[in-house]
Design a protein around this ligand. Structure first.
Ligand code: PMP
Length: 322
């Protein structure tokens, strides 16, 4: 795996090997981190980051929910990401910004109360292939409904992409993988479909897209939003509503969306075949448009700008989005 040799840390670049923390950092003991996962795609005009400001906005939103006040704005994080990629040879990569509570070694604080621990900000990057396997995008994956529920959003706010949420995701993912599935779908505390361990979910019924609403215990996925907009521009109806587990079995098509998973068709749920057991026609059409947009082959829907070019022509290392 290719890894960017530098890591952005609190406003400067350090080497990958120096990007280390103390074992008694607050985050290690109490899970106090918020983070992002962002893809940068190879385009005809060099590397371009997909929906960079939206991801960095979610990062600072997640921080705000947890009363973290980093001295960097959304745009500072965008600049950091662009400079980080611009300083490498990488044409495409995955970006991992993370904000966490560390340890002040001169004035150590070891309790749960986090406000005496310093805020640390990092951005790392590496080349990452297909998250759910090389043929997932074309052939689809086999998934299960997890015996683990998604957390109640008044216990862990689902709007924040917080490290601690991923303890729940790990339970879901381990159970699924060890049971022979690629991924697990969690039900919420009322028994309705919420999302995968690291993906939002869509059903297709009679040509209509159905997905759990943003008010549910789901991460407000940026790929989810992209698919909703692509679908609406294509003239497809999108309905955000509660979904029963059994509806997964009866759908014409089911697919996951996520930065890592992109648009991944689901061919079976709990060993029950979904639709034809292959990638569905609408899933395929959405994928085609999505993959054209991320590599700059067609514009984003409704005149939006979804790409931040790392090396805009005639300029050096500036953010161009919005
Ligand atoms: N839900 C969860 C729990 C996730 O971890 C992710 C990945 N960030 C998603 C949904 C999809 O979000 P996005 O499309 O913004 O990557």
């Amino acid at each position: 795996m290719k890894i960017a040799p530098k890591v952005w840390k609190n406003g400067e670049f350090i080497s990958w090997d120096d990007a280390r923390i103390h074992v008694m950092s607050h985050v290690v003991n109490y899970g106090s981190s918020v983070f992002e996962g962002i893809r940068c795609y190879s385009t005809a005009k060099g590397p371009a980051v997909f929906r960079l400001p939206e991801h960095m906005q979610r990062l600072v939103n997640s921080a705000k929910i947890y009363r973290m006040d980093p001295p960097y704005s959304r745009d500072d994080f965008c600049d950091a990401a662009v400079s980080l990629i611009g300083g490498t040879e990488m044409e495409h990569c995955y970006l991992r910004p993370v904000i966490f509570r560390g340890l002040d070694e001169d004035k150590p604080a070891f309790g749960v109360y986090p406000l005496n621990n310093p805020i640390e900000c990092y951005v790392a990057a590496w080349e990452w292939g297909k998250y759910l396997g090389d043929d997932a995008i074309e052939n689809g994956i086999d998934v299960c409904v997890s015996s683990w529920n998604r957390y109640n959003t008044n216990a862990l706010p689902a709007m924040a992409k917080a490290g601690a949420n991923y303890m729940n995701s790990q339970l879901i993912k381990m159970e699924a993988k060890l049971g022979g599935f690629s991924e697990g779908i969690a039900l919420d505390d009322r028994g309705y479909v919420s999302e995968g361990s690291g993906e939002n979910i869509f059903l297709v019924n009679n040509g209509k897209l159905i997905t759990p609403p943003l008010g549910a215990a789901i991460l407000p996925g940026i790929t989810r939003d992209s698919v909703v907009q692509i679908a609406r521009e294509m003239g497809l109806e999108v309905v955000e509503t509660t979904i029963q587990r059994a509806a997964l079995y009866l759908a014409d098509e089911v697919f996951f969306t996520g930065t890592a998973a992109e648009i991944s068709p689901i061919r079976s749920v709990d060993r029950i075949q979904v639709g034809s057991g292959k990638r569905g026609e609408i899933t395929k059409r959405l994928q085609e448009e999505f993959f054209k947009i991320v590599i700059g082959e067609r514009p984003a829907p409704f005149g939006a700008n979804w790409l931040t070019y790392v090396r805009p022509e005639g300029e050096e290392l500036t953010v161009t989005a919005n």
